[in-house]
Design a protein around this ligand. Structure first.
Ligand code: GAL
Length: 723
């Protein structure tokens, strides 16, 4: 039985006829709360204006938490009802709302939802007396924001009639070799329509397949059409389904999960960071990351006193007492040859001299994380070879804590984690590092026990368990901070935990998580943060990736070794935030963009999927040493957005060897040939430059002034430019 993976991503899937929708893009807005504000007759002409696409923090209401109201005014022409087949219900799509909402149409409640990460789509009968056809209407939304981002966000907030097309879905599925188009009918009757499929090479426009088919699908059933028989190659599959009664259409246009990273050679090669930071006297644990035919033999020349290297595993361990920079040579050999590379251990007070790389449980398992789930991803990280490319942290996010402390005030792990020390020793013996999660508030975001007023206890417990990384998440500290929004209040809980961590006899990387409040990138180093989340939570959609990734325009000023801006964890592979995982909804090109951009941004790289279910495409995506080297570059710069032309952007990162990594991103929905002039991206020094394609690991040639590249929709060309 071949395993089909569904690409839920349908970036280009839309219903034509969308022009009949009524857009809800801009509203009248006021903070505060008053039940009269739901009424149609209320006069809001003195209120401010706000867009529904972004939280109010991005629209002149920084730091506001509490109630606020949106009021959308619109006319509802009965022609939209007449033009629909069913004519029976109206859809009111409000996007996402942070945190809770109550939505009223002309004063009458039409829906309410609690929780910030949930799409609001309310349906009401077309004959509901609340609807005023061919007249002025008002949708008033009462929003409660309990902290962090607040208000409406997302895209495509609109009103439209529900129709037969809403009961039909079309998606692409892939197994290791083939693709299939699946049409599902959830309408209670048989549906019919015309399906047109084409498979082309998006680079050359060469057509490989063209199929036109009359399709009929019984109620509740699927129609499946196999197509494209080598999905590891870059092919564009386009499918158009036209429902025969309404002539409304569903459209998909998507790339195959094509592989770019060449397979590793049998010859030994050393990968990963070239520098490692540790405090004097703290335990060193560093596994030399290397590929090549097994078995590999490891050795280190000039190994500092106090350290040992295991020749069979490449794990360097021990302690160094005196501060300083220790330079050594790593050596890895097998019968095919020998690889050598300079490596530095900097003994001082800065940790995480390159961005942390590893795995975190949240984006896959959410609060359902358990020892078995952690071990299974850790084991897969080793078995599938990710460890050989520098991936090393295994971090448990929220959900591991027992609700109450022991009699001495110590935090204890719950029944899903029977023995943290055993888990920790197992990870360390395998050359991996161990991370954990807590909140400075009494409760974590998931409602588990936080560290409030027990910071020393907790830091001591973490050290006893052998913890190497702490993600410290603001959450219920919001209630402690109350109405005090001063900078000192935002810094205080992080400074308390900083002091507690510094008292421990081991190094614990300190990851601040407070969603970027008070421009944390400007002061995260003062509380000894090694990384700091700059935004709210990411999710596996292009909108989320784009708004988070491409908004990191000022952080580079503050980034340096040991101080990294964190635009949140990776959303590739099988994700789900709970028991039910699904393949990421990002297209392959969006995933290349994700890893390229995070590498340019020097972001911590924390894989957020179940690694035991890693498919070939995702493994290939996470194993490109030349791309990872951009992220791990020892100079520690973060990329700058050097060109923003709307439909495309160019980001540039200075590297230790004097060269530059350049990401050319196509933000549009169509293929684009993008030409950049070295002068436009501040690479003036010399005219002719050598260009290397990092994903393909291939030299492209010498380019005098201009470099042109054809880039996929939402995709990237990532190059290294060498003088
Ligand atoms: C959120 C945080 C997520 C995850 C979650 C756990 O605040 O941003 O990354 O840690 O809490 O409850």
């Amino acid at each position: 039985m071949k395993k089909w993976i569904t690409l839920l991503a349908t970036i280009c899937s839309f219903h034509l006829f969308a022009q009949q929708d009524i857009k809800l893009e801009e509203a009248k807005f006021k903070t505060g709360d008053n039940s009269n504000w739901k009424e149609l007759s209320f006069d809001d002409s003195q209120w401010g204006n706000i867009k529904s696409s972004a939280n109010w923090e991005f629209q002149s209401y920084p730091d506001y938490n509490g109630y606020a109201w949106y009021r959308f005014h619109f006319k509802l022409p009965s022609s939209i009802k007449d033009k629909s087949l069913w004519k029976d219900s109206l859809r009111i799509a409000l996007g996402k709302i942070d945190d809770d909402d109550e939505a009223y149409l002309n004063g009458i409640l039409i829906g309410k939802t609690q929780g910030w990460n949930i799409f609001r789509e309310y349906h009401i009968a077309a004959n509901n007396p609340a609807i005023l056809w061919d007249a002025d209407n008002v949708i008033a939304i009462r929003v409660l924001d309990t902290g962090g981002g607040g208000g409406m966000y997302g895209k495509d907030q609109h009103i439209s009639m529900m129709d037969i097309i809403d009961g039909i879905s079309m998606k692409l599925q892939f197994n290791a070799t083939e693709a299939a188009i699946v049409i599902h009918n959830s309408v209670s009757k048989k549906i019919e329509g015309k399906l047109i499929v084409s498979v082309t090479d998006p680079e050359t426009n060469k057509v490989f397949e063209n199929v036109i088919k009359q399709v009929s699908v019984k109620a509740g059933e699927n129609f499946l059409l196999k197509t494209a028989n080598d999905v590891s190659k870059k092919l564009l599959i386009t499918a158009n389904f036209e429902e025969s009664l309404t002539h409304k259409t569903i459209h998909i246009s998507q790339s195959t999960p094509y592989i770019l990273t060449p397979a590793p050679s049998a010859f030994p090669k050393i990968n990963g960071a070239t520098v490692f930071g540790v405090r004097p006297g703290s335990p060193v644990l560093y596994k030399i990351a290397a590929t090549g035919e097994k078995p590999l033999q490891y050795a280190v020349e000039n190994l500092p006193e106090g350290l040992k290297v295991d020749a069979a595993t490449g794990i360097i361990a021990g302690t160094i007492k005196l501060p300083g920079t220790y330079t050594m040579k790593l050596k890895v050999k097998n019968p095919k040859g020998i690889a050598a590379r300079t490596f530095k251990i900097k003994v001082g007070d800065v940790l995480a001299l390159t961005p942390p790389m590893g795995w975190n449980s949240w984006n896959c398992w959410g609060l359902s994380v358990s020892t078995e789930k952690v071990e299974s991803s850790a084991k897969a990280l080793i078995d599938k070879g990710l460890i050989n490319h520098g991936w090393s942290f295994i971090n448990i996010d929220d959900g591991w804590e027992e609700p109450t402390r022991d009699a001495d005030g110590n935090v204890i792990s719950n029944s899903k984690f029977p023995d943290m020390k055993v888990l920790s020793d197992w990870l360390h013996n395998n050359g991996l590092k161990f991370g954990i999660y807590s909140s400075p508030g009494p409760k974590t975001c998931g409602g588990y026990l936080g560290s409030y007023q027990h910071e020393i206890n907790d830091a001591t417990t973490y050290a006893k368990w052998g913890i190497d990384y702490l993600k410290y998440d603001w959450c219920s500290y919001e209630n402690i901070a109350g109405k005090d929004t001063s900078l000192a209040t935002y810094q205080k809980p992080y400074a308390i935990m900083r002091d507690a961590l510094l008292k421990q006899n081991r190094d614990i990387v300190f990851s601040l998580c407070q969603y970027g409040m008070k421009n944390v990138w400007e002061w995260g180093d003062k509380v000894n943060g090694n990384c700091w989340r700059t935004t709210g939570d990411i999710e596996d959609t292009w909108e989320s990736l784009k708004s988070i990734g491409f908004s990191q325009t000022v952080q580079h000023k503050y980034t340096k070794p040991g101080r990294w801006s964190d635009p949140d964890m990776l959303i590739v592979g099988q994700v789900g935030w709970g028991e039910n995982l699904h393949p990421t909804r990002l297209t392959p090109d969006e995933q290349y963009t994700h890893i390229s951009l995070w590498s340019l941004l020097s972001a911590p790289l924390l894989i957020g999927c179940d690694i035991s279910k890693l498919d070939d495409f995702t493994l290939n995506l996470l194993s490109n040493d030349e791309v990872i080297a951009v992220n791990q570059d020892a100079l520690g710069k973060e990329a700058k957005q050097i060109l923003n032309k709307g439909s495309y952007q160019v980001w540039i990162k200075e590297l230790e060897d004097g060269s530059h990594a350049v990401g050319i991103f196509n933000l549009s929905d169509n293929y684009q040939t993008i030409q950049i002039n070295w002068n436009d991206i501040d690479l003036k020094k010399a005219n002719a430059k050598k260009v290397r394609d990092l994903w393909r690991q291939k030299d492209l040639g010498i380019y005098k002034n201009l470099f042109g590249t054809k880039v996929a929709p939402h995709g990237v060309t990532l190059i290294k430019v060498i003088d």
